[in-house]
Design a protein around this ligand. Sequence first.
Ligand SMILES: [Zn+2]
Length: 184
Amino acid sequence: MRICLIGEVLFVDNPLKYHFTWDLLGDLTKGRPNLGPLIRLEVYRLMMFTLRDTLEREVGTGASDRIFYHSGNLAGQELYRHVIKDAPNLPAFVNAVQEAMKSLNIGIFRVEKADPEKGVFVFTVSEDVDCSGLPELGYGVCTYDEGFISGLMESFTGKKFRVKEVDCWCTGDRTCRFTVDRIE
Ligand SMILES: [Zn+2]
């Protein structure tokens, strides 16, 4: 095993003990015959924000943000591969993302601006799983969502994207707004 430091993020070469595969989501019909696939949103947020607290203490704010972003990016890629699967064009992609995010109760996804030529987009997510209803903090908290959207866009286009949350429930807005820019 080889461990290297890129920026402030530790990368460990394969074989990883915790390498993600879609199988890790499990057989929910078999495994949860009585409780089913749903848990309370508080439990998801309890895990997310305690994990973030611990990461920040262990590796610092910048590195924990990058870990959240990269994790979200991986989730976006995996969701594209296993749920969206293939989108022939932008309207089909947007439609499939909307459907997936609604059916999985992630949030209500909308496109505010799309310029595919320039690779510039603005997306919004309302009733976002990560932040809707949180206290106003003066900063956005949806770093995982930034990565998630970048992973979806990169899987769809084959290009790299930088995603930044510019409005969030935690900045006093009632929808999360993301600028999405292709990296040339
Ligand atoms: Zn947000």
